[in-house]
Design a protein around this ligand. Structure first.
Ligand code: URA
Length: 436
């Protein structure tokens, strides 16, 4: 295999054979290919694209660059969900326990914050003792005993993606549908799933802003995953406002515990969690239709079984045994909490969601550089949904900050992220479309 020949063929728009892609990715993993060659390959793919066949070959080659987990002894259908990322998107924290309480095994490999979006792992690390890198034996024990385990990507899972992603990150080649597809799916396929549900976000707080872009990505992910042998569908969901009423690490864990106690029923978050739960349960064949699946998922929440699963997962992975009973003892709180005040009377009609995500990072709740440590206490909560009526001087949200100056500055900045109108806006849709 001569790397520059493969790069040249892709540069000139040829369709690469599966063997060529496999050889290139194998050499990428063993570092026989230089960073500049990998970057040139990524840029050629960025401009020339890939056929579905090439994308499947790339995905499988990246999956096979490391360990592929085997859950044949799980005794239940093995399923997962992946979100393309948003603000206040803590769905995984509730969805995995609900799905597990209804009979699925959910070994969920999650990520850290990316760009303006929060990361599930960063949120979980607000819980003292919670181990996001438990090793294979404890990961398996947790899935067996709790039904789900949410952990980080291990060094041995799709290492070719780790190398290529790091190179894409610094060579302006992230936003390529085949490269994103192969990157996301290689990790999910390596986790050994039977079925997968994708939550593809769209709107001003998502990476894909328009319906067309989100649909193109969703169709690519669904087609490639199904061809690679994992039964997959996608929901396109709205990200034109934070999904939960909180954004920030400990605040989203707090929100999750409230959700599992049944205090968020009827919210947009509730709609998305249950839409995905229904999709997971029907797709895995556990329930015959959406109605039966929704009834089971709602029972698992109302009856406390989902909360028990979450509590068991947290404890097995090193967190406190009584975490869900006394989250106030364990979750650190910020010293300063200030309201974000409405500047006039009106209805909340729009939110600059990306700015809200960036505000969390600015407060210290996310990273500006890969080496930054996170302040888990800070963020925003009590965020009113679009369509809420407010009077001048009433709070739209609350800023949790590490000091008064930072809090005051951010409260003023966040007030500008919300648009007030003199009539109520049309209620925004939550789940827009299903693909697959
Ligand atoms: N998330 C991933 O894992 N990979 C991408 O390329 C983009 C988002």
């Amino acid at each position: 295999m001569i790397p520059q020949e493969i790069i040249r063929r892709k540069r000139d728009g040829a369709e690469l054979a599966a063997e060529e892609i496999a050889a290139f990715i194998s050499a990428l993993s063993s570092e026989e290919i230089s960073e500049s060659q990998a970057a040139a390959f990524a840029m050629a793919v960025f401009f020339r694209g890939m056929s579905p066949e090439e994308t499947v070959a790339l995905t499988l080659a990246m999956r096979d660059s490391g360990d592929v987990l085997d859950w044949r002894d799980a005794g239940r259908p093995v399923a997962d969900k992946h979100s393309t990322g948003g603000v206040g998107d803590n769905v995984s924290l509730m969805l995995a326990p609900i799905a597990a309480a209804c009979g699925l095994a959910v070994p969920m490999i999650s990520g850290r914050g990316l760009g303006h979006t929060g990361g599930t792992l960063d949120k979980l690390q607000s819980i003292p003792g919670y181990d996001i890198a438990p090793g294979d034996a404890l990961f398996r024990k947790t899935v067996a005993e709790a039904g789900c385990a949410i952990i980080g990507q291990t060094a041995d899972l799709a290492p070719a993606d780790r190398r290529l992603y790091a190179i894409r990150d610094v060579t302006a080649t992230v936003e390529s549908v085949p490269l994103i597809t192969a990157s996301i799916l290689s990790k999910k396929l390596a986790a050994g799933l039977e079925t997968l549900v994708l939550d593809v976000k769209l709107g001003n707080g998502a990476f894909m802003e328009s319906l067309d872009e989100a649909e193109t990505l969703a169709r690519s992910l669904v087609e490639v995953a199904n061809r690679a042998g994992v039964r997959t569908s996608a929901l396109l969901t709205d990200m034109n406002q934070p999904l939960a009423d909180a954004a920030g690490n400990a605040l989203e864990i707090w929100n999750c515990v409230e959700f599992l106690k049944g205090k968020k029923v009827g919210t947009r978050l509730d709609t998305v969690v249950f839409a995905l739960a229904v999709e997971m349960l029907v797709q895995a064949g556990l329930y015959p239709d959406a109605r039966a699946a929704e009834a089971a998922a709602r029972d698992a929440l109302a009856g406390g079984q989902a909360m028990e699963v979450f509590a068991r997962m947290v404890h097995l992975l090193g967190g406190p045994a009584d975490f869900v009973d006394r989250p106030e003892v364990y979750l650190q709180t910020a010293p300063v909490v200030l309201p974000v005040l409405a500047a006039e009377d009106g209805w909340l009609s729009a939110c600059s969601t990306r700015e809200v995500g960036l505000a969390v990072i600015e407060l210290g709740g996310g990273r500006k550089r890969a080496t930054d440590t996170i302040d888990h206490r800070v963020g925003i909560d009590g965020i009113l949904p679009l369509g809420s009526k407010v009077s001048k001087g009433e709070p739209i949200a609350f800023v949790h900050a590490s000091d008064r100056d930072a809090g005051e500055q951010m409260a003023a900045r966040l007030a500008g992220c919300f648009t007030l109108a003199d009539r109520p806006p049309a209620p925004p849709p939550v789940v827009l479309r299903k693909i697959g």
